[in-house]
Design a protein around this ligand. Sequence first.
Ligand SMILES: NC(=O)c1ccc[n+]([C@@H]2O[C@H](COP(=O)([O-])OP(=O)(O)OC[C@H]3O[C@@H](n4cnc5c(N)ncnc54)[C@H](OP(=O)(O)O)[C@@H]3O)[C@@H](O)[C@H]2O)c1
Length: 283
Amino acid sequence: MNEKGAKEKRIGIIGVGNIGMAILRGLLAGGVREKIFISDENKEKLRYFESDPETGSRVEVCESNEEVAKRSEVIILAVKPNAVPGVVEEIAPFMNEGKILISVAAGVPTRAIEDYLGEGRKVIRVMPNIGARVREAVCAICKGEYAREEDEEIAKDILSTIGTVYSVKENDMDVITGLSGSGIAFFAAIIDAMADGGVYEGLPYDLSLAISAKTAIGAAKMVLAGEKPSGIKAMTASPGGTTIRGVYAMESRDVKAAMMEAVIEATRRAREISEQSSMKNAK
Ligand SMILES: NC(=O)c1ccc[n+]([C@@H]2O[C@H](COP(=O)([O-])OP(=O)(O)OC[C@H]3O[C@@H](n4cnc5c(N)ncnc54)[C@H](OP(=O)(O)O)[C@@H]3O)[C@@H](O)[C@H]2O)c1
C-alpha cells in the first residue's frame, strides 16, 4: 500500500449522473475521509450537491473537469462512453504520472483511454453497478498497461467501500457489463414482476414488492453461502406442491432462456460499443 491509505486519497468524480452519484453516495456513506471533488457538464446537478445537507460539506463542486483532475489523486470518470474521448483529452495535461484515472464507461477499453491520455498514464477500468447507492455494488476491475499492481490495489480499496470488487481480465469486461452492470436492472424487473403476481392474487403492491425483494435476498444469500440454485429448488419443491407448479409455469414460458438472452444481448451491445471505441481510436 502507498504512503497514504486509499481512503485518504483525494478522490474526484467527473460526471455525477446515475452511476457517478451512486458511487459518490456510496463513498461518503463508506467513510472516505477527504473531501470529494466533483464536476459535471450539467450545472443544475452540481447545485443540488451544494445544497444537499447530506453531501454539502463533504463534496467540493469544481468549476471544470480540469479542476477536478488538478485537485484529485484518483479521478473516477463516469460520463457516457461517447463523452470519454473529449473529457480525457481535456484533463490529460493535468494527469501527471502519480495520478490514477478510473473509468467506469461501458465498452471503452483501457487502450483507447491510454491513447487519449498519453503514454505512461495510469488507467484502471471498472464495471460497477448501481447497487453502489446502497454500498452493494458489484465492481469488476482490471488495469491498463501503465498502471501498477499497487494502483489497482488503491482502486480496489476505494471501491470496496461501495461493494464487492473482483479482479478480472479486460476481455471479460463486456460480459460482466451484461451480467452485472445491466443485470441489476434485470433482477429489479423480476422482483417487480413477482410483486405484480402477488398483487394479482390480492396483496397490496408495497407489501408484495417488499416480500418479493426480501425473497430475492434470501435466495442470493443462500447461493453465496454455497447452496446450489438447484438445491434451493429441491428443498422447496415438494411432490405435487405449490413450488413445482410455479416452476412448471416458468419452464413452459422459457423464463430461463429469456434471462440468458438478456445477458447475452446486453453483452453484445457492450461489445458493439467496444468496437466503436476501438475504431474511432484507430482513425
Ligand atoms: N448507470 C449505470 O448503472 C452504469 C453502470 C455501470 C457503468 N456505467 C457507465 O457509467 C457512465 C455514466 O453512465 P450514467 O448512467 O451515470 O450516465 P448519466 O446519468 O448520463 O451521467 C453522466 C453525467 O455526465 C455528464 N456529462 C456529460 N458530458 C460531460 C462532460 N464533457 N464533462 C462532465 N460531465 C459530463 C452528464 O451531463 P448531462 O446530463 O448534461 O448529459 C451526466 O450528468 C457510462 O459510461 C456508463 O457506461 C453506468
